[in-house]
Design a protein around this ligand. Structure first.
Ligand SMILES: Cc1cc2nc3c(=O)[nH]c(=O)nc-3n(C[C@H](O)[C@H](O)[C@H](O)COP(=O)(O)O)c2cc1C
Ligand code: SF4
Ligand code: SF4
Length: 263
């Protein structure tokens, strides 16, 4: 079985999961921001594994665009793995509907609890908490990989609560609608040394440099890669991020994230 393993990540959790899956399943790792520029995404692989973070109880916008570009979704075995910071809501249900909207069928969908990276609200989780989550993933990766290798179908890791379904859809739709508008909250402090990494790292090419300083161009999709990976920790968002410790997955480094965004 040869699989295509597509990933999108802001702080490395989803890439770390993708790398671990690739060690267990015979497959090729492919960056979604890299292929998204094509008119259509062609693949001869029968098995497609799509790995992404949960944003506002839902699916990142780039994933929605990506799915619409894959050719012949109807004859693929599609698996989803969504990484989250403790509240996945009904992300697999939402993702499944998107796949069905493109004439595909989701074989199975899994959620993986990783350290949260919503830096607007909180800083990096403690080392102990991170270790605990990584250890749990170490057990779960084998289970998911076996499931995929056996070509099994049917498992959908959704929350059962109807209220969760309602709230998550409402909040997700509201957040998506306002996503690009809230980017006016970005600012840069005096630590910026004009290295330009933020421009290169943005997966949707939303950052330009003006006399070396970053400017955001109204199409932010809120991955926070620019803020989390700025080597000087000079990028801020709103009032609280100066107090929040930055987070990246320990098995992913800045070159991985720069490669993800390379066009
Ligand atoms: C804009 C944004 C929204 C998020 N919303 C949720 C959420 O609704 N539920 C949740 O559990 N985690 C949420 N998170 C946390 C991420 O889903 C989680 O940390 C994920 O593993 C990050 O993956 P990455 O490192 O591959 O970017 C959010 C993070 C961001 C940046
Ligand atoms: S990555 Fe940070 S230090 Fe480099 S240009 Fe951007 S804001 Fe400035
Ligand atoms: S501007 Fe920053 S937060 Fe927005 S999409 Fe680009 S890297 Fe992500």
């Amino acid at each position: 079985m040869k699989a295509d393993i597509y990933y999108f990540t802001g702080t490395g959790n989803s890439l770390a999961v993708a790398k671990d899956i690739a060690k267990e399943v015979d497959g090729e790792l492919i960056s979604i921001p890299y292929v998204i520029g094509k008119d259509t995404i062609k693949t001869s692989a029968k098995v497609i594994i799509i790995i992404f973070p949960v944003y506002y109880w839902g699916v990142p916008l780039i994933i929605e665009r990506f799915i619409k570009k894959i050719e012949n979704l109807n004859n693929k075995n599609i698996y989803a793995i969504a990484t989250h910071g403790g509240g996945p809501g009904v992300v697999i249900n939402i993702f499944e509907k998107m796949i069905e909207g493109c004439s595909g069928k989701l074989a199975a969908g899994f959620t993986v609890n990783m350290p949260g990276n919503y830096v607007v609200r909180y800083g990096a989780f403690s080392e102990e908490k991170q270790k605990e989550l990584f250890e749990k993933w170490g057990d779960k990766v084998k289970v998911i990989a076996e499931y995929i290798k056996d070509n099994k179908r049917g498992k959908k890791e959704n929350s059962n609560m109807i209220v969760n379904l309602l709230i998550s859809n409402l909040i997700h739709n509201y957040s998506v609608k306002h996503m690009s508008k809230v980017e006016k909250n970005f600012w840069v402090d005096e630590k910026c040394n004009k290295c330009g990494i933020c421009k290169r790292i943005c997966p949707v090419s939303n950052i330009d440099l003006n006399s070396g300083n970053p400017v955001w161009n109204s199409k932010c999709e809120q991955c926070f890669a620019c803020l989390q990976w700025c080597p000087q920790e000079a990028i801020q968002y709103g009032k609280k991020t100066p107090m929040h410790k930055r987070y990246h997955h320990p098995n992913v480094d800045i070159s991985d994230i720069l490669n993800q965004a390379k066009k």
